[in-house]
Design a protein around this ligand. Structure first.
Ligand code: THU
Length: 129
């Protein structure tokens, strides 16, 4: 099984565990990091809506906590008709940890539907201060 397939399986599993009682929209994210390890996250909502967190944010936090420094590959999964695509804030989050070759895979139950370079997801991004 290749890495992308492994990420798809992990993200699908993470989405099953998502806490999304308000939106009912379950999202899973899985990262292959520069340390060779895979990390996952899911969305975790809150009754105070803005407090909820996205799957990507969870996976990135897990990577950082686990010692990973950079995202080699990230896959985002949702069982939705319209293809899942990271929100603006998560695009910025991904870019913070992206490498030049980092690919973002967008997937649903049929598998990976689109793969795009992280930098292309957020053109003209804020990077230095
Ligand atoms: N959500 C994610 O976890 N990732 C995305 O890329 C888009 C949206 C979550 C946030 C919220 O819990 C639910 O999906 C509906 O917006």
């Amino acid at each position: 099984m290749n890495n992308t397939q492994k990420l798809l399986n992990l993200a699908t599993k993470a989405a099953e565990n998502a806490y999304a009682p308000y939106s009912k929209f379950h999202v899973g994210a899985a990262i292959l990091a520069d340390d060779g390890k895979m990390y996952t996250g899911c969305n975790a909502e809150n009754v105070s809506f803005p407090v909820g967190t996205c799957a990507e944010a969870g996976a990135i936090a897990a990577m950082v906590a686990g010692g990973g420094k950079k995202i080699a590959e990230i896959l985002i999964f949702a069982d939705s008709k319209q293809l899942i695509s990271p929100c603006g804030a998560c695009r910025q989050r991904i870019l913070e940890f992206a490498m030049p070759q980092t690919i973002v895979h967008l997937a649903n139950k049929e598998g990976v539907k689109q793969s795009i370079k992280a930098a292309e997801l957020l053109p003209y991004s804020f990077s230095e201060f």
